[in-house]
Design a binder for this molecule. Structure first.
Ligand code: GAL
Length: 648
């Protein structure tokens, strides 16, 4: 660990049976030794509560603690995260274990932070869960079944409930799409139930060790848990990053996607640094193909996390297991290998870099641009039957809008639709299909106060109960965009449509291609910037701009190609005078971010290509990774990084 410059270890994640081999019998000697050894060697521990893996004795003795699958069949013991969120017994046991750990290790000098459980996820279809869901619904609808029936439009197909107990958890085997408002609430409930499980588990930690910060490791944009519901309850947000090598070499879009997740985690606590809790220095056994990271890639991955706001690079796992499901998973120390392996050396390089980057810790990133991605919108879009049957591409569309900004080194905060938008110059809200209560008002306030908003097709279709707005698509956003959405043409992949940009204030010209979604809109007060070509609704508006209060709301009525999105966003950035991270031009494939800490201003340059790039520096900087001055032309090798500290 010293050779790799490791200074913190996550311990105890799945260790319940090693801590309590039989009910009420505890064996802490091994963990005492681990903690003492870390401390003696000047290292710290992020100690996990072990609830992610119930011991076999517990599952056997209390079978009602096991999760029930969507097929309504109880799971057998043998996996992990296989417990029921709503089980009272499991909650009691988990809380007891957390109290014991807090009492025993709360004052241990190696204890840095609590890591509560591991990657909370999945749903439980147990009877306890159904009862908890019904209670949640009673609270939501103020005890009125009529209100629930109205909200869910249950008269359709004769689904009206006459008693609360008739409500089943939606999903197989009878279909999750029949009552879509119910499915949406089931997703909301599951997130709330996970948070309540977490609160129960972390309560003793908060009470017994009020000065030890608490985190839990989340999973990127994982759909089963709305990260915004969890974020207020942890002191630090953390996530596990396992980008897949879908193409070879890992494409630019994959790097952008990881950047976007990092930006979400930075945004979840209002810009506070987050932790990269897990990554693999080589490969994950669950990738479709266990592609190796080529030289430099892992270092780039680690520094990218720091560049976007992480204060750590941590790994799963230190030593490769010889057995079990993850025996082929990457590790810092491979089976039969030591410090001379390529992987170990890569990790040691990152460790050395992090030592040089100590001054970055706590550093923040200012963003003038916010991109809205909202879990509830994703659930509603995914749950809708139509307008196309396959993936409607909500996340991909958000990434399409992030990509050109990332490429050009513009910092973007990733927010949910409830967020406070004041302070941003540009807000991009692709496919804002569902409007939660208050969101339309907030967007109007933002634009009214001088902000610029970009909206797209499939916005404002349904209210918070998944009902189409009474006045039709775009509902309460019609006056903001100065248009009316009349209908949506969902087009087969071979049916492209042209979008022709006319003469406009933005000087945004050209002919672009639209695919999949083209809305027919009518203008009420907006200016038309572009119209459709080569389709039967040619000459109808396709891109509009509406002046609203002191700001502008742009509407893009179709899913347009990359060139369109990139050109549009660049025109707006220029108009709004938004500054990129670096005062110099970036070559294609090199992305940049800026973090400002008490120690200074750091510019991170990340080459996500296999080729070297040269950058002309306008002034002298300090290369923070070796503390040497650098000026003139700077070469960044394949998958290379440079961290330039602004000389003061
Ligand atoms: C994470 C998990 C780790 C390990 C890793 C493998 O999701 O927290 O325990 O399984 O994946 O990629």
């Amino acid at each position: 660990m010293d050779l790799a410059r490791v200074n913190v270890a996550t311990v105890g994640v799945f260790s319940w049976v090693s801590l309590e081999p039989e009910e009420g019998v505890y064996t802490f000697d091994w963990l005492d030794e681990v903690m003492d050894t870390l401390h003696k060697n000047g290292k710290f521990a992020v100690m996990a509560t072990p609830s992610a893996a119930p011991p076999a004795w517990l599952s056997k003795k209390y079978p009602q603690t096991l999760r029930v699958g969507p097929d309504r069949v109880p799971m057998l013991h043998g996996n992990r995260v296989n417990y029921d969120w709503s089980s009272t017994i499991y909650r009691e046991k988990v809380r007891e274990m957390a109290s014991i750990l807090a009492e025993r290790y709360g004052n241990h000098p190696a204890l840095l932070m609590w890591h509560v459980s591991n990657e909370y996820g999945g749903m439980s279809y147990s009877e306890a869960s159904r009862q908890a869901f019904i209670q949640w619904l009673k609270n939501k609808f103020g005890g009125s079944l009529d209100a629930l029936n109205d909200a869910y439009w249950t008269r359709f197909w004769g689904h009206t409930y006459t008693e609360w107990d008739q409500i089943e958890i939606p999903g197989p085997p009878y279909g999750e799409t029949a009552i879509q408002g119910l499915t949406l609430d089931w997703n909301r409930f599951t997130s709330d139930e996970i948070v309540s499980f977490f609160m129960n588990e972390s309560e003793p930690l908060r009470r017994i060790t009020p000065n030890i910060p608490i985190t839990t490791n989340l999973m990127g944009f994982y759909g089963g848990l709305d990260a915004w519901r969890m974020a207020p309850h942890v002191d630090v947000v953390a996530w596990d990053s396992y980008p897949q090598f879908s193409q070879e070499p890992m494409s630019e879009r994959s790097w952008a996607k990881v950047g976007m997740v990092h930006d979400l985690y930075r945004s979840l606590k209002g810009g506070k640094p987050f932790l990269l809790m897990e990554c693999t220095p080589s490969s994950s056994n669950w990738y479709p193909y266990m592609n190796l990271k080529s030289p430099g890639m892992h270092r780039l991955e680690g520094i990218q996390a720091v560049a976007h706001g992480s204060d750590s690079v941590m790994y799963f796992q230190w030593r490769q297991c010889r057995g079990g499901q993850e025996k082929f998973h990457g590790a810092v120390v491979g089976v039969g290998q030591g410090e001379n392996s390529r992987i170990f050396k890569d990790v040691a390089t990152v460790g050395e870099d992090l030592e040089y980057l100590k001054g970055v810790v706590g550093g923040v990133t200012e963003s003038d641009i916010a991109l809205i991605y909202d879990w509830e919108v994703a659930w509603a879009i995914d749950g809708a039957c139509g307008p196309i049957q396959k993936d409607k591409g909500y996340f991909a569309t958000c990434l399409d809008h992030y990509l050109p900004l990332w490429k050009a080194g513009f910092s973007v905060d990733i927010l949910n639709s409830d967020a406070d938008l004041s302070g941003y110059k540009l807000v991009i809200a692709p496919m804002l299909y569902l409007l939660k209560l208050g969101v339309a008002e907030r967007l109007k306030e933002f634009v009214g106060n001088g902000g610029t908003l970009v909206g797209t097709y499939m916005s404002g279709y349904v209210d918070e109960n998944d009902l189409i707005f009474e006045n039709g698509f775009l509902g309460p956003l019609r006056d903001l965009f100065g248009i009316v959405t009349e209908e949506l043409d969902a087009r087969y992949p071979s049916q492209t449509a042209e979008v022709v940009m006319g003469e406009n204030d933005l000087e945004f010209e050209g002919i672009y291609q639209a695919t999949t979604f083209c809305e027919r809109i009518q203008v009420t007060s907006a200016d038309v910037l572009g119209h459709y070509g080569n389709v039967w609704y040619m000459f109808e508006p396709a891109v509009t701009l509406n002046r609203f209060g002191n700001g502008e709301a742009l509407y893009v009525a179709s899913r347009n190609d990359e060139a369109f999105t990139s050109n549009l966003l660049h025109k707006l950035i220029e108009r709004l005078q938004i500054e990129p991270a670096t005062p110099f031009q970036l070559p294609d494939g090199v992305s940049a971010t800026k973090r400002v800490s008490e120690d200074g201003t750091y510019l991170f340059l990340l080459n996500t290509t296999e080729h070297s790039h040269w950058i002309a520096l306008p002034e002298e900087y300090i290369e923070a990774l070796n503390n040497q001055p650098v000026s003139g032309s700077l070469e960044i090798g394949p998958f290379g990084v440079a961290v330039l500290k602004v000389a003061t």
